[in-house]
Design a protein around this ligand. Structure first.
Ligand code: FPP
Length: 227
């Protein structure tokens, strides 16, 4: 009798979803249409990711630096987050648990509006029972803010700050290290995303714009850790 193939350990994929604006411009569409398509593509990609032994998918939805964008664009992206966190039925069908990371709602510099907070809290509660892939959306997130937060809390509770104590005070300390970090749309930058968690990650840079990032692209990224 042959032994069954050993199960592949689940991996952590993180994505900087860039290029929505350029995707729209190439089609003579407003930038907001690019973001709308970017959110739709994330929903499509989640359906693919659950078939690929991905344990954790973490995406950069909105950064601490993105608040300076034009008001109408920011409002549109916030609405898309409410839409994404409202996809509870889909997530439950896929056994996906959603979570969020960013500046804690009650911290002095946090900027997540109340209606997005409500959507986030509800989606987290309504998918908490799922045991499959964990989808983490980084919103009002920046690595520098996170590391300052973690260092302050580590110093308060343990005194000497060490890699272990700092890691234990990140926004989501249970998130495992990132295995593959994806950045779409031809930019070769990390842009303050998961700097601590990506210390040992492979990096997949692609020219593909986020709305076009499909199963083939995901498989190319995964090939970096599963040759
Ligand atoms: C970058 O495109 C994208 C962002 C501002 C963050 C990602 C946002 C989305 C994918 C839309 C909604 C997503 C969620 C998770 C609800 P860009 O505007 O920088 O594109 P450009 O560089 O081509 O202008």
């Amino acid at each position: 009798m042959t032994d069954p193939a050993p199960a592949r350990p689940p991996v952590h994929v993180a994505a900087i979803m860039d290029g929505n604006g350029r995707w729209a411009r190439r089609r003579n569409l407003p930038r907001t249409e690019g973001h709308t398509e970017g959110e739709e593509n994330l929903a499509r990609l989640v359906r693919v990711a659950v078939t690929r032994d991905i344990g954790w998918l973490t995406v950069f939805g909105f950064s601490t630096e993105n608040w300076v964008r034009p008001r109408t664009e920011v409002r549109h992206i916030l609405g898309l987050h409410r839409k994404l966190f409202g996809r509870v039925a889909e997530l439950n069908d896929l056994n996906v648990r959603i979570q969020w990371m960013g500046r804690p709602f009650d911290s002095p510099d946090a900027r997540t509006p109340k209606y997005v907070q409500r959507a986030i809290r509800k989606a987290i509660a309504d998918t908490a029972q799922n045991t499959g892939m964990v989808l983490t959306v980084a919103f009002d997130y920046g690595s520098h803010a996170e590391m300052v937060w973690a260092a302050r809390h580590a110093a308060r509770s343990e005194g000497a700050v060490t890699p272990a104590s700092l890691g234990a005070h990140l926004y989501l300390p249970e998130l495992p290290p990132v295995d593959v970090l994806v950045r779409t749309s031809g930019e070769l930058r990390i842009s303050n995303f998961m700097l601590w968690q990506s210390a040992g990650a492979e990096i997949y840079f692609t020219d593909c714009a986020w709305p076009d990032f499909d199963a083939g692209e995901l498989d190319a990224a995964l090939a970096l850790v599963r040759p």
